[in-house]
Ligand binder design. Structure first.
Ligand SMILES: CC(C)(COP(=O)(O)OP(=O)(O)OC[C@H]1O[C@@H](n2cnc3c(N)ncnc32)[C@H](O)[C@@H]1OP(=O)(O)O)[C@@H](O)C(=O)NCCC(=O)NCCS
Length: 161
């Protein structure tokens, strides 16, 4: 059976998807001008499926082939008060773009959020990323925030104070 005879399905990732997802995580980093990073199938298994789950991963598959993935985790807003999901990563393999797979991954994140009582999703996007057009089409509105991190030496120092 050739790949063309399968349709694209968005489903929850399985531990066995780790090697493919890890290679897509690296491709996303490189596409953003960063180093590929060290995310491995062991990290995927531990942090996606271990006793302390840090994220949930969805994959877009066509038969046995994985064409894209999304990673999200729970988020909360005290002011509203309400909960939602934060979409961390979104990636579709270059050859499979512009066919709606990215939109399908986002829609599945939104449905899963709604199904557990959530009312919004958030995501970060670089100012010059072409994906902004897609997010705008899906109703994404800028919160006009700066995204800061306290990490490395600053983190270690603060934690020791
Ligand atoms: C963003 C991305 C996941 C969209 O996947 P997709 O399957 O092409 O999505 P859809 O087919 O549902 O939507 C296509 C839209 O994505 C946007 N897009 C197209 N090429 C893109 C690219 N190279 N990078 C980012 N967005 C792109 C466009 O708005 C396009 O709509 P258009 O054809 O009307 O211009 C995919 O392009 C990708 O993996 N890009 C690189 C990684 C990235 O930027 N991820 C988001 C980080 S916040």
């Amino acid at each position: 059976v050739t790949g063309a005879r399968h349709r694209v399905v968005v489903r929850g990732a399985r531990p066995a998807d780790g090697a493919r997802v890890a290679s897509m995580v690296k491709a996303l980093a490189v596409s953003e001008g960063k180093a590929p990073g060290r995310f491995s199938s062991a990290d995927f298994a531990r942090d996606g499926f271990g006793p302390q789950r840090r994220f949930t991963c969805l994959v877009a598959s066509r038969g046995p082939a994985l064409l894209g993935y999304a990673i999200y985790y729970p988020a909360y807003d005290a002011a509203t008060p309400s909960h939602g999901l934060h979409l961390l990563d979104l990636w579709v393999e270059p050859d499979s773009r512009d066919g709606g797979i990215g939109s399908d991954l986002i829609k599945e994140v939104v449905r899963r959020c709604r199904d557990v009582g959530g009312t919004w999703i958030t995501l970060h996007v670089r100012r010059r990323n072409a994906a902004r057009a897609l997010y705008a089409r899906l109703g994404g509105a800028s919160l006009r925030l700066l995204f800061l991190a306290i990490e490395g030496e600053a983190f270690t120092t603060l934690a020791a104070e």
